[in-house]
Design a protein around this ligand. Sequence first.
Ligand SMILES: [Zn+2]
Ligand SMILES: [Zn+2]
Length: 381
Amino acid sequence: MLRNLSEYLEVDTDKKQLIDSILMPRLESPAFYSKRVISREDIYDFCELDSLPLTKYCPKCHKEYPENENFCYDCLTGLKHISDIIDVRDINIKQEFKVRGSNDFSCFENIFTPENIDKVNSFDFSIRDYKKIQNGIKRAAFKNFDDLVKSNELVLDYLDILDKILLFSKSFVEVDFKSFGPELGLYTFNRIDIDDRQSAALQITTLIHELSHFILKEIIAQILCRILDCSKNSYIEAIATFILVHAPFTRLIDEYSAHTVEGRFTMYGYQDYSSFLEIEQSLEGEMSKEEIEITKSIGNTFAISIKKILESYIDRDLREDIKTQFRMDIMDRPNYEMLMMENCENLTSEGFLKAIWLILTEGFETASMNISKLTEYENCF
Ligand SMILES: [Zn+2]
Ligand SMILES: [Zn+2]
């Protein structure tokens, strides 16, 4: 079945062009040089150097004031000290990605009925439905982000690039810091744990990697809701989680998708290949080389929509800031050798729908036979 998908492959031109520009650089390729244009603000800041230091800010309009001022007369609001701005690490909100349907299942038995198994197999789902899910996730994340900024009176300009990405990550999931264990980051059950002993640049790309795992779980859960016409709850989340981890096939899709998304926001030559190489090595001949490549192409296709969600915030300016952070933090020479092994193919819409159908039908059926595992997962949400 997996092999049949090969006829739906096409070249992922964005990914290929980026990799080609690194492997075969042209002189003054834009990937290597970026011009910093001096803005009006820079000139203004320069002229202000001699005047009083601006230590306070208006939480409404973000205009800055010297120490002896207490009010913003434009907004009639009390000023705050810039130094008192809340640490992004201490912020937490309840992230909401609600989906409402006609059914709200309260046990697994009510989900795995012959009628529902039939609904999954007949798969009444289109690319339009997929795009709706993608846009819904983006909208919900932006609403969460806006709430975070407003309720904590944050001024984005004061945040460094790591805090900006951390704040954005918190619009999706709970983020906690750890300083133990071999993993740099870990995604489990709508929560990211990140090791803060690593450099800022690596914390940024680790956050993006783990965030991709969350978004893929969210996409799978929302597709299930749509097909079963049900609300999203811990039972559906548990099944989506199971679908992504139960087989080497889906684990590889999940991992390659996260790797590809991370790569989009990392300076080329500093990508981390360990996560999916580990899965590939553990396969021990279970999948043929051709099947592995098609699986990666499915991962690439999911990665395209995840990148679209993330790029709406992590725009060109922020990507430039991430590169600057890399240049400051990383001492090792870039390694371009592994880039040649990248899979730069994705599936056409038709092929992608067939791939999702395959993931769901196999995953849903296997899940129905593993209720104890599902219960374990359900308790974690
Ligand atoms: Zn103001
Ligand atoms: Zn991963």
